[in-house]
Design a protein around this ligand. Structure first.
Ligand code: SF4
Ligand code: SF4
Ligand code: FES
Length: 715
């Protein structure tokens, strides 16, 4: 389709919005309410452009003006975000049209009419779309000298999100987000005209995905309470990396200032999290900068005392002296990187220990064949024994996307389409496409078919014994692109017989399977043979080990003999250890993680103050030194070379969005332990008072209203 923007000719796909046509031409247009993953509504009127189209004569020929078709211009500027471009359409932006420039400046003046201009103190300063656009497209001076509208100053909508109604420009992004993405109608406009204000029902915001509204609010009306007043946008070191709190592996940016992790914001990865992240990923980062272990500790006369690394190595050498190195058990947390796993495996081989394990993991691995995009575009999804909120929250959003018709925004040379006209407000949902069996309490509310009791869910689905289970099996059988999601309740107990039944179902119905791994990188580590070998002790038999090294695991028990703990905090297990070595968090690592789809994703190192904390590769090098051996892996490069040998993949230069590569066979072994997936760990909970960001709570605010007789949004 031919379209002309500011005299630049373009060839665009049908259905493109005027806004995207302008960006496709490399021109600019300001916008506040449009958002790539939300329906276009035309609420802010900032994206005004002049537009005109050719017209046809009654005989079907084009009305001509000389050699060219005559363009009939609309009498007034139009909102480009809700306008669909048509064949031969012409668009003029502020660059070539004075009418547009004046209309946009006027609209900006109108938007600023009641805006409190808190800019010197507003935490959004430096990242505020309103501020930026006012500089670019505003008049530069106000013609209005009167007092602005006043509302109560900021108050919490929840523990995590602060609302300042005065700053709201009524773009409706937050309202549409809740309605369209997690499917929760919690926020809305109240009152009309100059009295309009945004608020929620008493009771705050639903937990799970509320933090995303702080990313998309174009002004400082909705702010992240964990990060508020901790720094300005330009003061942060921004590190694009991958969240390693669950196996989804969302794209995030870690913002650090003066060595402290102050903020996590979502980054776009169209294949994984689009632009959304869960609340744990956004707000649960305080542990990275609080109460960290920054120096090694060595037990002297029964007490742990601070030491340096040389003293710690000496203490390990003494503690392990006389022990056969093959009796040293090595256990690592399954959120470790592939490189760290490779280093541990190399050391295990070198010292000949069969006692190696990663945790958490399941006793059997089920092959995953579905991607997150497959889930979003499926025509039937059955969720079996999974609590997605605890196991893989953003997967829940992709299931909800499927229920809205699986419309994935197209990609243009300028990026994701900013105004996708196929997205609509209050979208029609298709609950009949979703069956939830056991687990997933939150998702059940959206499912057309719900079956309680996750135990034996797979066995029961394979041999349905009730009408509902028969209906769920039929859903998979009759769909063209079905996906089966398996969670912890099922994966804890997959026998050989069940696995055979599952593979039969998959072949018969063409179902793709997404088995949620037990931990952020347990899928990757399962390819590295990090399970007990013949005669070895698994993690469940830690207490029997003559000596053990545990990296960031906290079973609350120690080995029979000498115990070394490598952790970021002084955990219960660290308190029992003989030597404690400081570790770094997932935000401070370089390396590679594998998400639930099998996508290799890069981790980048944020500038955090970690004292003498070391990643597992460096720590294992020190352990090897204490054992008097020289391990082959002494840094990231040698670990990556080993990964290339073992897994046949080059992970040295992964793109930010990651890549899916086959990693060969997986290794597994029975385990005597089970676990309940829990996303929020105790130390992830932010404590606003400790961070100095406490704001008056809802009761305080109501008391203020009653005192002053003034409700939010009044003149
Ligand atoms: S609070 Fe923010 S996102 Fe919500 S309508 Fe107001 S300006 Fe828009
Ligand atoms: S869904 Fe998982 S990977 Fe994504 S932000 Fe949340 S915890 Fe992190
Ligand atoms: S009217 Fe808000 S972006 Fe178009």
């Amino acid at each position: 389709m031919k379209v002309v923007v500011d005299d630049i000719e373009l060839d665009l796909p049908a259905g493109t919005s005027g806004l995207d046509a302008v960006f496709a031409a490399g021109r600019d247009v300001p916008y506040f309410c449009a958002h790539p993953y939300l329906s276009p509504v035309g609420a802010c009127r900032m994206c005004l452009v002049e537009s005109g189209s050719p017209r046809r004569n009654p005989d079907g020929t084009l009305v001509m003006e000389g050699e060219q078709p005559k363009i009939f211009w609309f009498p007034k500027p139009m909102a480009a975000c809700t306008m669909q471009v048509t064949e031969g359409m012409h668009i003029r932006t502020a660059k070539t049209s004075d009418v547009v420039a004046k209309a946009q400046a006027g609209m900006m003046e109108f938007t600023l009419l009641n805006h409190p201009l808190d800019c010197p103190t507003c935490d959004k300063g430096g990242a505020c779309e309103l501020q930026d656009r006012a500089f670019e497209y505003g008049y530069g001076a106000s013609r209005y000298g009167f007092d602005r509208r006043h509302a109560e100053k900021h108050f919490p909508l929840s523990d995590f999100v602060i609302l300042d109604q005065e700053r709201c420009i009524h773009c409706k992004r937050c309202v549409r987000y809740f309605e369209e993405v997690p499917g929760q109608e919690v926020l809305d406009f109240i009152e009309r005209g100059g009295h309009t204000f945004i608020d929620t029902e008493e009771g705050g915001l639903p937990t799970g995905f509320q933090g995303n509204i702080t990313d998309i609010c174009p002004v400082g009306a909705l702010l992240d309470n964990v990060a508020r007043f901790r720094g300005r946008n330009w003061e942060y070191d921004h590190t694009p990396t991958t969240c390693t709190l669950c196996p989804v592996g969302c794209a995030i940016t870690v913002d650090a200032r003066n060595g402290r992790l102050e903020r996590v914001v979502a980054r776009e990865n169209r294949e994984v999290n689009e632009v959304w992240i869960c609340d744990a990923g956004r707000f649960g980062h305080v542990f990275a900068s609080e109460e960290r272990l920054t120096r090694p500790l060595v037990r002297v006369k029964g007490e742990l005392r601070e030491a340096d690394w040389d003293e710690a190595i000496l203490a390990i050498r003494r503690g392990l002296g006389g022990l056969n190195p093959a009796d040293l058990a090595l256990y690592l947390n399954a959120d470790s990187t592939l490189e760290e796993g490779a280093a541990l495996e190399a050391l295990a081989e070198l010292i000949g220990t069969p006692s190696v394990d990663h945790w958490p993991r399941y006793g059997a691995n089920v092959e995953t064949t579905a991607t997150l995009t497959d889930v979003a575009t499926a025509d039937a999804v059955v969720v079996l024994g999974a609590d997605l909120g605890e196991e893989a929250p953003v997967l829940e959003l992709r299931v909800l996307e499927m229920l809205r018709g699986g419309i994935l925004p197209p990609e243009f040379p300028h990026g994701t389409a900013i105004a996708d006209l196929r997205l609509v407000e209050r979208p029609t949902r298709h609950p009949e496409r979703l069956a939830v069996i056991g687990g997933a309490p939150r998702l059940s509310a959206h499912a057309g078919l719900r079956v309680t009791g996750g135990q034996r869910a797979l066995a029961r689905l394979l041999r349905p014994d009730t009408d509902e289970l028969r209906a769920a099996a039929k859903l998979l059988a009759q769909a063209k692109k079905p996906v089966l999601i398996l969670g912890a309740d099922v994966l804890h107990s997959v026998s050989r017989e069940l696995a055979a039944g599952l593979s039969d179902l998959v072949t018969r119905t063409g179902t793709k399977v997404l088995a949620i791994p037990a931990a952020p990188n347990s899928r990757g580590l399962a390819h590295l043979n990090l399970v007990p070998r013949a005669g070895g002790l698994g993690y469940d038999r830690l207490a029997e080990a003559r000596a053990a090294f545990l990296s960031r695991l906290d079973p609350g028990r120690r080995a029979r003999g000498f115990t070394i703990v490598h952790d970021t905090h002084l955990t219960a297990t660290a308190r029992l250890a003989d030597v404690v070595l400081p570790a770094v968090t997932g935000y401070e690592k370089r390396g590679t993680t594998v998400n639930l789809e099998g996508r290799l994703l890069p981790l980048r190192q944020a500038a955090l103050e970690a004292g003498e904390g070391a990643d597992l590769i460096r720590t294992l090098t020190a352990l090897a030194e204490a054992l008097g051996v020289r391990t082959r892996i002494r840094g990231l490069k040698s670990a990556q070379a080993l990964l290339a040998e073992r897994l046949g993949v080059d992970v040295t230069d992964l793109p930010n969005s990651g890549v899916i590569r086959p990693l060969g066979r997986t290794f597994t072994a029975p385990t005597g332990l089970t676990f309940t997936p829990r996303l929020w760990k105790e130390r992830m909970h932010p404590n606003p008072e400790r961070r100095g960001s406490r704001v008056p709570d809802r009761a305080d605010r109501i008391a203020t209203w009653e005192r002053t007789g003034q409700a939010g949004g009044d003149d």
